[in-house]
Design a protein around this ligand. Structure first.
Ligand code: NAD
Length: 262
């Protein structure tokens, strides 16, 4: 059998980008996946690309809304009989400096990523604890949770909040066999909606490179001189959820081709 056969995954923000790559990889390894995203049609389209409704379903869920988060957890249990793997991936980046950041910007960043992942983890943990089968919660945090970059205070602060949720939940859920880990990606330009929705242009301006060379720019400042792709982040999620990392919790894995280590 495939390594994740019989497991059910919920991935937030999985209609595009890194989340879609994660859902695709988990399904390829045998899991059934629920794709939760803001727009029902794009969530369902991503699910249909992955497989039939016996393998993947798309649901509408704004992670800032408690009832929509609960409904997406309920959808996993209803469609696939349980929940085992939860990926807090939904996010956005406004890429603003301190002086540019409005209260509304601050609230949006924190609502989607800090509050949103709290709501998802809480709703999911109730099921994971009841099932008594252990499980995994993975946070797609960021290199920015640890390292300061310019012009991104609200994003980076809420990524640091997520990183501490990882440590706190690893401590609290460990006795239930639930592992909680994070991934710190950096520089995923190709395939990322964050970059195409204006962030890329702002980062390119900060670094003084043309926007279409941003991927190459990020690659050349890594230790490995490699561009990071959504699939590389998905590989790390699979590793955390596989039995090979059965004794690893409270950890953050960089997927940045070595930027954070440089
Ligand atoms: P993306 O824009 O392609 O994907 C983000 C997804 O989240 C979208 O499908 C969007 O609709 C969804 N989303 C946004 N707000 C939501 C909400 N309130 N409720 C539900 N879904 C919501 O961007 P991406 O680059 O794939 O980013 C995915 C995650 O990876 C984010 O958390 C991001 O912060 C993190 N990350 C990305 C990079 C990178 O280099 N691209 C680096 C570090 C961390």
């Amino acid at each position: 059998p495939k390594p994740l056969a019989g497991r059910v995954a919920l991935v937030t923000g999985a209609a595009s980008g890194i989340g879609k790559a994660i859902a695709t990889r988990l399904a390829a390894e045998g899991a059934c996946v629920v794709i939760a995203d803001l727009n029902l049609e794009s969530a369902q389209a991503a699910a249909a690309e992955i497989g039939g409704t016996d393998v993947a379903i798309g649901v509408q869920a704004n992670v800032t809304e408690e009832n929509q988060v609960q409904a997406s957890v309920d959808a996993a249990v209803l469609a696939f009989g349980g929940l085992d793997l939860v990926v807090n991936n939904a996010g956005l980046s406004l890429s603003k400096s301190l002086l540019e950041t409005t209260v509304a910007d601050w609230d949006l960043q924190h609502n989607v990523m800090a509050k949103g992942s709290f709501l998802v983890s809480r709703a999911a943990a109730r099921v994971l604890i009841d099932q008594k089968l252990g499980g995994d919660i993975v946070y797609i945090s960021s290199k920015n949770s640890v390292f300061a970059g310019p012009n991104n205070i609200a994003y980076s602060a809420t990524k640091a909040d997520q990183a501490h949720q990882v440590r706190l939940l690893a401590a609290e859920l460990g006795e239930h066999g639930v592992k909680v880990n994070g991934i710190n990606p950096d520089g995923v330009v190709r395939g990322s909606g964050i970059f195409s929705s204006g962030w890329g242009a702002k980062r390119a301006a900060v670094y003084g490179v043309p926007e279409d060379e941003l991927g190459a720019y990020y690659a050349q400042r890594t230790l490995l001189k490699r561009e990071v792709l959504p699939e590389n982040v998905a590989n790390a999620v699979f590793a955390l959820c596989s039995n090979d990392l059965s004794h690893t919790t409270g950890l953050h894995i960089p997927v940045d081709a070595g930027v954070a280590a440089a």
